[in-house]
Ligand binder design. Structure first.
Ligand code: ADP
Ligand code: MG
Length: 249
């Protein structure tokens, strides 16, 4: 039988046990520089708090630091100075294995390209999210299949089980990629230009899904340069030359 959906590695302090449990992301005075002569300041004194269930969009021109910010939030990069709390865990002091484990259990990534394997059905693609994880009770093939079908149902694709990606629309493919990201029950979805390959109708179906996930308590950070996408967020920040500015509406 499947484990409870909320299962996370026991080695982490549950978010509810620390102050600010409703804050999934907290960046405090984060700087990221690359090189030294002269250093490139990709992030400058970035302060950001994102609440659980909040949908934040980040807009900014090319080279402004968007990817560095997303890599930092995704534990793929570390601040040169400043601190990052993720879901109640102070990440600065973690070792590589702990960072990898925390990334795997708390973060889902969604990209502009869907990266679905063409010769596998969508459900097999979603199941592959866990193919290389160490087997645990309830995480055998039957358990994985059940949870993949549940994830596909959650993104509105139950009727596409057994289909190959080439029979799906662009929006359906991106929603399948989102289902794959949901398999680890992440607290946070980091999306880099998630609608960059989609026309307006398919973009709409992905934005509707973001709304639904956000209402269910998922925290979303969406990088986009599309006005129509960023206006659907609860809150919008701009990044320019490594500095974040809050937009007031
Ligand atoms: P964006 O995603 O908004 O286009 P990036 O975060 O990729 O911006 O880059 C911000 C700045 O940091 C740019 O000036 C870029 O050249 C620099 N930068 C990013 N990554 C590296 C790196 N690994 N080494 C050196 N410079 C980098
Ligand atoms: Mg970028």
């Amino acid at each position: 039988s499947a484990e409870p959906a909320s299962a996370v590695p026991a080695s982490f302090v549950p978010a509810s046990a620390v102050p600010g449990a409703d804050t999934v992301i907290r960046l405090v005075s984060v700087d990221r520089t690359f090189g030294s002569e002269p250093p490139v300041h990709a992030l400058r004194d970035v302060n950001l708090a994102v609440r659980r269930g909040e949908h934040l969009s980040v807009v900014g021109p090319s080279g402004s630091g968007k990817s560095t910010l997303l890599n930092t939030l995704g534990l793929l990069d570390s601040p040169t100075s400043g601190s990052y709390w993720l879901d109640g865990v102070e990440t600065n002091t973690l070792g590589d294995l702990e960072r990898t484990s925390l990334r795997g259990s708390r973060i889902g990534f969604v990209f502009q390209s869907f990266h679905l394997l063409p010769y596998r059905t969508v459900d097999e693609n979603v199941m592959l999210a866990e193919a290389y994880r160490r087997p645990r009770p309830g995480r055998g093939r039957a358990g994985r299949r059940a949870r993949a079908e549940e994830a596909l149902d959650r993104v509105g694709l139950a009727h596409r089980i057994g289909f190959r990606p080439d029979r799906l629309s662009g929006g359906e493919r991106q929603r399948a990629a989102i289902a794959r990201a949901l398999m680890s029950e992440p607290a946070l979805l980091l999306c880099d230009e998630p609608t960059g390959n989609l026309d307006s109708e398919n973009t709409e179906s992905v934005l509707d899904l973001f709304d639904r996930l956000s209402r269910q308590g998922m925290t979303l950070v969406v990088i986009t340069h599309e006005e129509a996408v960023s206006v659907r967020a609860d809150r919008r920040v701009r990044i320019s030359d490594g500095r974040l500015t809050e937009e007031t509406r």
